[in-house]
Design a protein around this ligand. Structure first.
Ligand code: HEM
Length: 303
C-alpha cells in the first residue's frame, strides 16, 4: 500500500536527486571548516562565517539545503516503510546472492544516526544563530562604534532641541561612558587580549549574552555567533570529539553506498564503468569525512 500517492521510482529518484544536492554541500562545508586549523587566531574562519551568515545568496542556499535535508529524510523513511510492508514478515529461505554494498542494508540506520548527529550539531552551532541556545559571540567594533555614536548624537540633538538641559546631557553622557566602559577599555588598551581580534576589528570570544551585553550594551543586536571559539571549545571536549569522529565514520559508510545508488537510480551505471563509479564513491566517502575529522583531531591534539 502506498503511503504517499507517488510511485516508488519517483520517490527513489527524489531521494537520489536531493541526496546529490547534499553531496555538493558537504565538501563546501568541509572546506570552510578547515579554515579553523589556520594559525591566525580565527581571523579567516570568522570572516568566512560572517560571509556565510550575511550573504543573501548563501541564505537562500541555506533554506534550500535545510529543505533538501528534510525531504531526503522523509522520503527515505516513506520508502523504507513501503519496502518493509511490501516484503512483509516472511524472509526468503535462501538469502539472495545479489552483490550488495556493505552499507546498503543499513542505509536507514546510518541515515538515522546521521540525522541524530545533525540535531546535536544544530544544538552545538546552528541554533546559536537564532538565539535558541546560548553561544559565544562576536561584535564588529565598527558597528558598535556607530551604535554608540548614534546615541551620543541623539543626546546632543535632544540638548539642541531643548528637550534636555546641559546638566542632564552630561549625566546621560556619563551613563553612556559607564555602560560602554569595558568596550572603551578594550579598544584603548587591547585588554583583555582574548576579547579582541588580531586586527582589532572584532570583539571576540564573548561568552554568553551576559558578557555580550557587558561590552555591547543591552540594546545592541548586530552581533554574530563566534563559531571559531565555539568549535574550539566543543572539540577540546574529548567526548564531543569522539561523537563527531564516530558520526563521520558512519557518514562515510552512508555516502559510499549513497553515491553508487544515485548512479544506479538514474540508470548511469554500466559494467564498463561501474568500477570507476565505485572508486569515485570510495574516494568521496573517505576524503570528505577525513577532511571534517581533521578539525576535531587538530583541536584535540595540536591546540
Ligand atoms: C568538523 C566538523 C564540522 C564543523 C566544525 C561544523 C561547523 C558548523 C557550523 C559552525 C555551522 C553553523 C554555520 C552557519 O550556520 O553559519 C554548521 C551548520 C551546519 N552543518 Fe556543520 N560542521 C561540521 C560537520 C558537519 C557535517 C558532517 C554535516 C552533515 C552531515 C554538517 C551539516 C551542517 C548543516 C546542514 C548546517 C546548517 C546549514 C548551514 O548553516 O550551512 N556539518 N556547521
Amino acid at each position: 500500500m502506498k503511503l504517499v500517492k507517488l510511485a516508488s521510482i519517483t520517490k527513489k529518484m527524489t531521494l537520489a536527486a536531493v541526496g546529490a544536492f547534499l553531496l555538493i554541500f558537504l565538501p563546501m562545508h568541509m572546506g570552510l571548516n578547515l579554515c579553523i586549523i589556520r594559525d591566525d587566531g580565527g581571523e579567516w574562519y570568522r570572516n568566512v562565517c560572517h560571509f556565510m551568515g550575511t550573504n543573501w545568496i548563501v541564505k537562500v542556499f541555506e533554506v534550500i539545503l535545510l529543505a533538501t535535508v528534510l525531504i531526503h529524510v522523509i522520503v527515505a523513511i516513506l520508502l523504507t516503510i513501503e519496502n518493509l510492508r511490501a516484503r512483509g514478515s516472511v524472509r526468503y529461505a535462501v538469502p539472495s546472492k545479489t552483490k550488495t554494498h556493505f552499507g546498503s542494508k543499513y542505509m536507514i540506520w546510518t541515515g538515522g544516526l546521521i540525522f541524530a548527529f545533525l540535531v546535536l550539531h544544530f544544538v552545538n552551532f546552528y541554533f546559536a544563530k537564532f538565539g535558541l541556545v546560548e553561544g559565544v559571540y562576536t561584535v564588529k567594533t565598527e558597528k558598535l562604534q556607530m551604535h554608540i555614536t548614534d546615541k551620543v548624537l541623539d543626546i546632543q540633538q535632544q540638548m539642541e532641541n531643548g528637550k534636555i538641559d546641559q546638566q542632564k546631557a552630561q549625566e546621560m553622557m556619563m551613563n553612556l561612558q559607564m555602560e560602554y566602559m569595558p568596550y572603551l577599555q578594550l579598544t584603548q588598551s587591547g585588554q583583555p587580549a582574548d576579547k579582541l581580534s588580531k586586527d582589532g576589528k572584532e570583539i571576540i570570544n564573548l561568552r554568553g549574552k551576559k558578557e555580550l551585553e557587558s561590552f555591547a550594551g543591552k540594546d545592541f543586536t548586530d552581533y554574530e555567533p563566534d563559531f571559531y571559539v565555539m568549535c574550539n571549545d566543543l572539540f577540546k571536549n574529548k567526548m564531543y570529539s569522539l561523537i563527531y569522529l564516530l558520526a563521520l565514520i558512519i557518514l562515510g559508510v552512508h555516502l559510499f553506498h549513497a553515491i553508487n545508488s544515485i548512479f544506479q537510480t538514474f540508470g548511469l551505471n554500466h559494467r564498463k564503468y561501474n568500477k570507476a563509479i565505485e572508486y569515485l564513491a570510495a574516494g568521496y566517502a573517505v576524503i570528505v569525512p577525513i577532511g571534517f575529522a581533521i578539525v576535531p583531531l587538530f583541536v584535540l591534539f595540536c591546540k
